[in-house]
Ligand binder design. Structure first.
Ligand SMILES: C[S@@+](CC[C@H](N)C(=O)[O-])C[C@H]1O[C@@H](n2cnc3c(N)ncnc32)[C@H](O)[C@@H]1O
Length: 271
């Protein structure tokens, strides 16, 4: 991918995001069930041409390809795309095309895809309106978008708000990712480009022996959490206080040794 650092006001922010997400692979152990739900909800049909934005290790792209779609997966983070290639080889879906790129500047011509999917991916592009306009631009007339996002009122949305309160703010003009989990906001953002959306909900489950195990896992494989902990390496009391706050935030969602992470699905047809 051409890394244009002169034009994009968020180029430095995206460079940091690319570094932060490089450690995500262990978490992708838990996202395939959501991919199954998203691909079914998106009504992917055999032969459709599909783009997966923020594909990471390729879980949605590979699930869609197993349904008979012709798939391209795009992600900002090359380390994850390497693993996506391995996953495609293992699952015998080697026709998938993998592209390093940015959700805000999709490197495809207009009207290239029948369906654009994103599972916890496009929500991390800093400018919501730019990302959704790009997703619409690459859709054929009558094509559809379908995505999974984290609602602000549930655990992952609260965790990103917690991280946001404790790290330097992003550049002006960036919208908080969990806004994409609010149906009213989603409806408003889709309105210029899409018919009225349909919604569904589900729960992603993380088995964990204790909340402390769960937190340790998040600190190692969720880039924004990892960066927050690294930034407090020299301030043990503050780190301990933040860890206690995290554990209290997680407690209501930790039942029967499983963390429950509620997500929102959205589907809409292009105008
Ligand atoms: C939470 S992970 C989700 C990965 C995968 N879809 C899954 O469900 O397992 C977020 C992904 O979005 C990617 N990402 C973040 N910002 C992006 C951007 N501006 N353009 C494309 N991908 C981006 C990250 O590199 C990462 O792979």
């Amino acid at each position: 991918m051409e890394r244009d650092t002169t034009q994009d006001p968020f180029a430095e922010f995206k460079k940091r995001q690319r570094e932060a997400w490089a450690s995500f692979a262990p978490t992708a152990m838990f996202t395939p069930p959501v991919a199954g739900h998203l691909v079914r909800f998106a009504r992917i049909a055999r032969g459709e041409v599909v783009l997966d934005v923020g594909t990471g290790t390729g879980v949605v792209a590979i699930t869609a390809a197993r349904s008979g779609a012709r798939v391209t997966g795009l992600d900002l983070t090359p380390e994850l795309l390497e693993l996506a290639r391995d996953n495609a080889r293992i699952s015998k879906q080697e026709d998938i095309v993998w592209t390093e790129g940015d959700a805000e500047k999709l490197p495809y011509p207009d009207a290239s895809f029948d369906v654009v999917l994103s599972q916890f991916g496009h929500m991390f592009a800093p400018r919501a309106e730019v990302a959704i306009a790009e997703m619409r631009r690459v859709l054929k007339p009558g094509g559809r978008v379908a995505f999974a996002t984290w609602p602000p009122e549930h655990f992952v949305g609260r965790m990103f708000a917690f991280v946001g309160r404790n790290v330097p703010p992003p550049p002006a003009g960036a919208s908080p990712p969990p806004q994409w989990g609010n149906p009213a906001t989603v409806t408003h953002r889709l309105e210029p480009h899409f018919e009225a959306p349909f919604f569904d909900r589900g729960i992603m489950r993380y088995p964990a022996l204790s909340i402390e195990h769960f937190r340790m896992f998040m600190e190692r494989s969720i880039g924004p959490m990892q960066k927050l902990v690294e930034s407090l390496a020299a301030d043990a009391p503050k780190l301990a206080a933040l860890r206690a706050e995290f554990d209290a935030m997680a407690a209501p969602y930790y039942v029967d040794n499983v963390m429950h992470q509620n997500y929102l699905l959205t589907r809409a047809v292009a105008r």
